[in-house]
Write a new protein. Structure first.
Length: 152
């Protein structure tokens, strides 16, 4: 006998209800992302705003910003943007600490955070590329540092 669609739905309801109740009654809720009022969100928003303002002022202004905000452990690791500018729009709802992040096997000094971003690359004001990805930032003594991008 082939069950009717209504009977199939009725048979599926109890297991789904048990699953839903299990999720609701779990004693280990998922950590909430930082709220928009949190210091991390405000600071990361300011970091990207400053980066994007520098990019709008051109490659020299952005190079200055990237040098100033390069993580202290990696100041000697810089790349040329070759006349390009890079703006980044963060998806702040994805901002979270990332204690597992390493660079060449070393954990950078400071508290590491990761956020999803949409990157736009321009040369002479013309968009030459867009990409979705994640960007790591590090908080050290109330200041935020990044890792200068190296276009490939």
């Amino acid at each position: 006998m082939i069950p009717s669609p209504l009977r199939s739905r009725a048979l599926m309801a109890p297991p789904l209800l048990v699953l839903l109740l299990g999720c609701l009654l779990s004693d280990s809720p998922a950590p909430a992302p930082p709220s928009p009022e949190s210091g991390a969100v405000r600071s990361v928003t300011a970091y990207f705003h400053t980066n994007n303002t520098a990019a709008r002022h051109g490659p020299d202004a952005q190079r200055t910003f990237l040098r100033r905000t390069q993580h202290p452990d990696y100041r000697d690791q810089r790349c040329s943007l070759d006349g390009m500018t890079i703006t980044a729009e963060p998806a702040l709802g994805t901002l979270r600490p990332d204690e597992e992040f390493t660079v060449a096997g070393r954990h950078p000094v400071g508290r590491v955070w990761v956020v999803g971003v949409e990157i736009t690359v321009r040369r002479g004001g013309v968009v030459v590329g867009r990409q979705l990805g994640s960007q790591h930032l590090v908080a050290i003594d109330g200041r935020w540092y990044g890792f200068a991008p190296c276009p490939g």
